[in-house]
Design a protein around this ligand. Structure first.
Ligand SMILES: NC(=O)c1ccc[n+]([C@@H]2O[C@H](COP(=O)([O-])OP(=O)(O)OC[C@H]3O[C@@H](n4cnc5c(N)ncnc54)[C@H](O)[C@@H]3O)[C@@H](O)[C@H]2O)c1
Ligand SMILES: O=P(O)(O)OC[C@H](O)CO
Length: 339
């Protein structure tokens, strides 16, 4: 039995708290938001996970020391825009080589750093790992079979974290490719906005399949240029997570996209979804990275234009359809070129 703290009381942190408790671990949930902890304590349910009862043994706290000291694992589950501030706040309490598992998805806008890079910068003494994959909290909370990946700096850390989480409904793979995992997890949210926009415009399955397929091509192009492994983008944290986010009614990025496709502004859509829409924050960072690594990302570019430059969603789709004519796979030779 391990002592685990969940840092952040959102739907993902709470679904993981319930899973880990079922696996027999001692769980503390910490949040910087007093109101959030008070609600969880009082109702022992998260509003996004109706019917998922929070076991009595789970401890809820806003006390930093209680959350960090003596824990075998800290699970960072705050929205990505609070990752740095939260890591900074807790840093002095973290012991050398204490394990931290980041489960949020995003890229910091002004630094274009991944979330594990931010945590390592703020808490250099920690042993930082990440978890990502196609895994909506609403389904994990209900015990629906789910597969996920843990990436870590050493195999021993990855295996240890896997041993805490894995059970008959939660299958955990491990990988050393943390960067590929994090880029896949963050960038798929931007493509999911595009998929939602297409749904909001009333387009169909053909358009969705095109966005998913060309979307993962863009993600892998940037991801490999940055040092991620191509195979990672073909796996659960790449195409797997992109499929679930573009197709699921649980996806907040897709839901925000639908509202934008129907004519709402980005701010109105975020307000209506009422949960973190990570793709909006990662979109600018993705564009910045595309420029830095000289990689073409036309879908990401159009999403940015719709979100931040006032381009209409219909015009963005037209621009994608009529851009320069291309080969599907850029370096495949034609037979006549081999003669
Ligand atoms: N919900 C899912 O299904 C799911 C699945 C996999 C990964 N994720 C990722 O996990 C992360 C969290 O997702 P979520 O659904 O739990 O989000 P959420 O919006 O439900 O919760 C985010 C949490 O961040 C913290 N937070 C919010 N405002 C804060 C502030 N001002 N200061 C400090 N902390 C604050 C709170 O504890 C809040 O509950 C996101 O990056 C998301 O992409 C979510
Ligand atoms: O699918 P979304 O848009 O809710 O994003 C949350 C998680 O990344 C799902 O894996």
């Amino acid at each position: 039995m391990a002592q685990v703290s969940i840092i952040g009381g959102g739907s993902w942190g709470i679904a993981l708290a319930v899973l880990l408790r079922k696996n027999g671990h001692e769980i503390t949930v910490w949040s910087a938001l007093e109101r959030e902890i008070a609600m969880l304590r009082e109702f022992r349910e998260h509003k996004m996970l109706p019917g998922v009862k929070l076991p009595e043994e789970i401890v809820f706290t806003t006390d930093d020391r209680e959350a960090v000291e003596g824990k075998d694992l800290l699970v960072m589950a705050v929205a990505s825009s609070y990752t740095r501030e939260t890591a900074h706040r807790l840093s002095s309490l973290v012991a050398p080589r204490q394990k931290i598992l980041n489960v949020a998805k995003g890229i910091e806008e002004h630094t274009v750093m991944t979330l594990s890079e931010i945590i390592e910068q703020e808490i250099p003494q920690a042993d930082v790992a990440v978890m990502s994959g196609p895994s909506h909290a609403e389904e994990v909370g209900r015990g629906i079979p789910t597969t996920i990946v843990v990436g870590a700096g050493t195999k021993a850390t990855a295996e240890y974290i896997r041993s805490l989480f894995m059970n008959e409904v939660f299958r955990v793979y491990i990988t050393p490719d943390i960067l590929g995992m994090e880029l896949g997890g963050a960038l798929k949210n931007v493509v999911a906005l595009a998929a939602g926009i297409a749904d909001g415009l009333g387009y169909g399955d053909n358009t969705k399949a095109a966005l998913i397929t060309r979307g993962i091509t863009e993600i892998a192009r940037l991801g490999t240029a940055m040092g991620g492994k191509f195979e990672t983008f073909c796996g659960l944290t790449g195409i797997g997570d992109l499929i679930v986010t573009c197709a699921s009614m649980h996806s907040r990025n897709r839901r925000a996209g639908i509202l934008i496709g129907q004519g709402k502004t980005c701010e109105e859509a975020m307000e209506e979804v009422r949960m973190v829409v990570e793709g909006v924050y990662s979109a600018k960072a993705a564009m910045e990275l595309a420029r830095k690594y000289n990689v073409q990302m036309p879908i990401i570019e159009q999403v940015n234009a719709v979100l931040f430059e006032g381009r209409s969603a219909a015009q963005a789709v037209k621009e994608l359809m009529l851009r320069d004519k291309k080969l599907e796979v850029s370096d495949l030779p034609w037979p006549e070129e081999n003669r």
